[in-house]
Design a binder for this molecule. Structure first.
Ligand SMILES: CC(C)(COP(=O)(O)OP(=O)(O)OC[C@H]1O[C@@H](n2cnc3c(N)ncnc32)[C@H](O)[C@@H]1OP(=O)(O)O)[C@@H](O)C(=O)NCCC(=O)NCCS
Length: 314
């Protein structure tokens, strides 16, 4: 087995992704994920080939700068890892975890992050057994049929339109004003924020909280049958809950689901108060090197109050 860094054949990589994650996405989605620099080094892809030179597995690293207070750290998010069925169960994914650590350390990063599912998933179990700290995360999903009448009425009061450059500028100004005490990814300029939250491979709406959540605004991605709440900016927790409930009602009115994501125990309470059932997962945090410094930093990172929403992932 041989490791190849940044293989030239992008189409082949995309085909493998769609084989291992049915319906993973288009070339536009691929380019958004793997040809766009967020904050930090450009994303990297790794492939393992067998003795005949055939691809058997791949994984990618999306580099992101994290911040808390005045401190900053570079991390690599492990994303889109796949092993073709015939090569599974041979320890390739654990090898990718180690190779990812080495790449992140090479760039001066301190941690390998994973936005992982629950421990039913082999990838989450392997990230944990490699030594990752596992911070609870929540995938909130509101089915159309589950939206209450009150949620649907509230949804009717929301005002939505296709997101414009002006919306993106306003959202970025608000993002910068927000309480910096919560930890999160860095968006140092408008371009990196817009590239992450607005200029995506799927259409994006800007939704005004209207009378339901005055002065609140949400950025919503229109996936196949689901409205994904990429970013929700509300003046307080009550407004956030009311807005989420209304976004559920709005999606349900179109026969669609709503999805939101958060990290930390208290996020679960907000989602459930909005009537959105939560499935648990983990933000996994693994030191990039065996140094005592990286270990201590990752121990600290695991205790922070993370403000990660759906739009921040990947
Ligand atoms: C998750 C995935 C990347 C694991 O890759 P891998 O290289 O097979 O990883 P491992 O060799 O460590 O095996 C992981 C687990 O797969 C299971 N497994 C073992 N042999 C297997 C086989 N022949 N076929 C399927 N699964 C097998 C086992 O549960 C194993 O865990 P164990 O070692 O504790 O028994 C791979 O199954 C995959 O591509 N799945 C679809 C895409 C996905 O879910 N990616 C992860 C999210 S980013």
């Amino acid at each position: 087995m041989k490791l190849v860094l940044e293989p030239a054949d992008h189409d082949r990589y995309l085909t493998c992704l769609n084989e291992c994650f049915p319906g993973w996405g288009t070339r536009a989605m691929y380019d958004w994920c793997f040809a766009r620099t967020a904050t930090g080094p450009a994303p990297e892809r790794l492939v393992i080939t067998d003795d005949a030179g055939q691809w058997v597995a791949g994984t990618a690293i999306s580099y992101r700068t994290m911040r808390s207070g005045g401190q900053r750290w570079l991390a690599g998010v492990m994303t889109g890892s796949w092993t073709l069925p015939a090569a599974r169960g041979q320890g390739i994914f654990p090898r990718f975890i180690e190779e990812t650590r080495a790449r992140v350390a090479h760039h001066g990063g301190v941690a390998v992050l994973g936005f992982a599912g629950d421990l039913e998933r082999a990838s989450t179990r392997k990230l944990k057994s490699a030594g990752s700290r596992c911070v609870p995360s929540w995938h909130a999903l509101g089915e159309a049929a589950a939206a209450s009448e009150a949620a649907r009425r509230a949804g009717d009061a929301l005002v939505a339109h296709e997101a414009t450059e002006a919306d993106a500028e306003r959202a970025y100004a608000r993002f910068r004003e927000r309480d910096g005490t919560r930890a999160g990814f860095v968006y140092d300029d408008l371009a990196s924020f817009v590239g992450q939250m607005f200029r995506r491979s799927l259409p994006v709406l800007c939704v005004d909280g209207g009378s339901v959540a005055p002065s609140a605004v949400a950025v919503v991605e229109r996936a196949k049958d689901t409205d994904r709440v990429l970013l929700l900016d509300a003046p307080d927790e009550a407004a956030r809950v009311a807005f989420l409930r209304a976004l559920h009602g709005r999606a349900a009115g179109e026969g669609r689901k709503v999805f939101a994501f958060g990290v930390g125990e208290k996020e679960k309470g907000a989602f459930e108060a909005a009537g959105l059932p939560c499935k648990g997962g983990f933000l996994t945090i693994l030191e990039a090197s065996d140094s005592a410094d990286d270990r201590a930093t990752c121990d600290t990172l695991a205790t922070l109050d993370w403000d990660y929403q759906s739009g921040d992932r990947m």
